[in-house]
Write a protein that binds this ligand. Sequence first.
Ligand SMILES: Nc1ncnc2c1ncn2[C@@H]1O[C@H](COP(=O)(O)OP(=O)(O)O)[C@@H](O)[C@H]1O
Ligand SMILES: [Mg+2]
Length: 144
Amino acid sequence: MESFTYCVRAGDVAHGGDVSSRVKSELKNRGLPEEIARRAGIAVFEGEMNLILYADQGGTVQVTIAPPAVEIEVEDEGPGIADVERALTPGYSTAPDWALELGFGAGMGLVNMRNQCDRFEIHSRFGVGTWIRCVIDRRSDAAG
Ligand SMILES: Nc1ncnc2c1ncn2[C@@H]1O[C@H](COP(=O)(O)OP(=O)(O)O)[C@@H](O)[C@H]1O
Ligand SMILES: [Mg+2]
């Protein structure tokens, strides 16, 4: 089992996508199938963009490669999500105008993330923070 942790800075749009690119290469370098690297890349991208756009102090992305699965955890310390159900509704977004102008804020990030995973959990407390776990099963990939 191997684990990597990446820090994502609040507001750092210029580096949006860096962590997901890194994660994809790490997975491919270890011989995991393209398909798993691609799914993990999408999930991490959405997670890191949300840290950049919404988390007051940024947050962390942790990726664990274990024999049965690749696990992605995205964590921050606020502001938290008042209504998680609503945040998971396709098209719902509170992205600020400057983010919309850059092409973000389609309100599909969390849905997209959930769709890449075999198991998805999100826990958030308004005023406290958000924790997301996304698990992608490896089943019988060659690098097993
Ligand atoms: N880490 C987070 N902290 C606080 N709010 C968040 C976080 N991630 C998502 N949200 C809220 O959930 C909404 C939906 O997120 P998402 O599905 O990624 O779409 P988008 O980023 O395009 O708005 C965001 O607009 C924001 O209001
Ligand atoms: Mg998003």
